[in-house]
Design a protein around this ligand. Structure first.
Ligand code: UN1
Length: 508
């Protein structure tokens, strides 16, 4: 099965991971094996880029930008339309590759490709809607407009957990905005990146714009090169708060712009007025889906004390019924963690939780089988435990109780991250409070649905240590363009703003 999938996507045993105007035959970086986290065995190998390879690709992306920015935006949209069509034709194989390489279950693997397709559709529509404003001038005979121009090549750094969808959030929008992109995928999921790059590159070549989508697989040194590269006016990066802090410093140091999508420590509040059946289903998907490896994964469950005990009993039973196993098999709801390190990090977090007074209610173990499988785990916790304030990229759910909504909101907002949040209640008073200015402080606030699984139509991102960036839908496109304010004088006089007088005489 694996060989067929790889071959159908044009992948071999060893694949170059560098592509600018053309694929590079022999990139100068290390050759890295991509490991199937469900077996621990290699799927194939990717030859990473060296700093020299990166430099060349970034030059090519810069040159490609100079042509691409002159192509009318709707014509750029047509290229993205073709790309979306090519993804539709490859959805099954690509989805399976996502599953094999990242360990997410089949339907989530295909969902990831669907998310790319949705992004293409969105970007095609956007390509005719990059609207500016007309602004009334205070001066007679003058008018003001705001227009948007392409900003330049954009650096895109993505994480293993959404190995291609998050690239598409950025690349599809950047492309219709007139920007080329240079992509550094996660070293954990390079094959998926190479497969998607093959499709994107082919479409770009067929449309006479090779180099608009560039790829340079690599490790931290490529990420640092992107952060410090003055050729890239914008860097969009997804990953941990730690990575984001050093990225933000480096990009700001050269006065570039960064768009950051960093850690989440997402919470759900379940009130006594909630539909508990609905809440239960939502909590399980949000906490266990993708084996707890989404940045929107539910990590903190804040239950009203009157419903906590029976709700946790039901939750434990639901957890026990979850089938953990090979993510490509039907009926499996949870696959493995991404690697050995992730298993170690989860076990260390559970040790910390125990020593800080937490009790493991369910799960807590590694599974005795090849690959990186763990049990989905519920910990009875207190919000004051330091580990509860950390994002551990694993299926650990900290369950806590509250007395009144003020306390619930204080717990919900009492962490450094600010990505996704939700409340379960049938009371409009409670939900409106949650959505008000004194309610959730997150970039995403939901009512009666969980924290994960956002649609692309809304702007995606979070506040505080999550980094403040917004990607995908709504008006996120503005981050990928430069705004220009233009004042045009159609008259024969030169009145000055604010009534300032400055008369000169040229002697005539
Ligand atoms: C991420 O985990 O980096 O809302 C992004 C969701 C997905 C995107 C998650 N659409 O869960």
């Amino acid at each position: 099965m694996i060989d067929t999938v790889l071959r159908s996507l044009g992948l071999g045993e060893s694949n170059p991971g560098v592509c600018g105007v053309e694929w590079s035959d022999s990139p100068g970086g290390a050759e890295v094996a991509s490991i199937n986290p469900a077996t621990g065995r290699a799927l194939g190998r990717v030859r990473m880029g060296s700093i020299a390879d990166y430099g060349r690709v970034a030059d090519e992306a810069r040159a490609a930008f100079e042509g691409w920015r002159k192509v009318p935006a709707p014509a750029r949209g047509e290229v993205i339309r073709q790309f979306g069509q090519a993804l539709r034709e490859r959805k099954r194989e690509l989805g399976l590759l996502v599953t094999l390489e990242s360990g997410k279950i089949r339907s989530e693997g295909e969902g990831e490709v669907q998310e790319m397709i949705d992004m293409c559709d969105f970007a095609v529509g956007l390509s005719r809607q990059l609207h500016g404003l007309t602004i009334a001038s205070e001066r007679p005979g003058h008018r003001m407009i705001e227009q948007w121009h392409p900003i330049g090549p954009v650096g895109i750094i993505t994480a293993f957990n959404f190995p291609v969808a998050v690239w598409a959030w950025n690349a599809a929008v950047a492309a219709v905005c007139g920007d080329s992109t240079v992509w550094k995928p996660s070293p954990e999921t390079p094959l998926t990146a190479v497969a998607v790059q093959k499709i994107a590159h082919e479409i770009a070549r067929a449309n006479g714009c090779p180099g608009v989508f560039a790829l340079c697989a690599g490790d931290v040194e490529i990420g640092e090169a992107i952060a410090n590269d003055v050729r890239l006016p914008l860097v969009s990066a997804t990953g941990s708060c730690r990575m984001g802090r050093s990225m933000a410093r480096a990009v700001a140091g050269r006065l570039g712009r960064s768009l950051l999508e960093l850690g989440g420590n997402n919470a759900v509040i379940v009130t006594p007025r909630a539909d508990l059946d609905l809440a239960l289903r939502a909590v399980v998907f949000a906490a266990v889906g993708t084996a707890g490896q989404r940045c929107t994964t539910l990590r903190r469950l804040i239950l009203h004390e009157s419903i906590a005990a029976p709700f946790l009993e039901r939750l434990k039973r639901a957890y026990a019924s979850i089938k953990i196993g090979d993510p490509w098999e039907d009926g499996v709801l949870m696959g493995p963690l991404i690697n050995e390190r992730a298993v170690g990090v989860m076990m260390a977090a559970l040790d910390a939780a125990r020593s800080q007074g937490g009790t493991i209610l369910q799960g807590g173990h590694r599974l005795d089988r090849p690959g990186f499988f763990v049990e989905s785990t519920i910990v009875r916790a207190d919000p004051s435990m330091p580990i509860v304030g950390e994002e551990t990229f694993a299926p650990i759910l900290y369950a806590m109780t509250y007395r009144d909504l003020d306390e619930a909101l204080a717990i919900q907002n009492g962490v450094e991250q600010g990505l996704a949040s939700a409340i379960f209640t049938d009371s409009v008073v409670e939900s409106e409070r949650f959505l008000s200015a004194e309610g959730s402080d997150c970039g995403i606030a939901n009512v009666n649905i969980g924290t994960s699984g956002a649609e692309i139509g809304g702007a995606f991102g979070g506040e505080k240590a999550t980094g403040g960036g917004r990607e995908a839908g709504s008006d996120s496109w503005k981050a990928y363009m430069r705004r220009q304010t233009c004042t045009i004088n159609g008259g024969k006089d030169l009145p000055l703003a604010q009534g300032v007088r400055f008369e000169i005489s040229d002697g005539r």
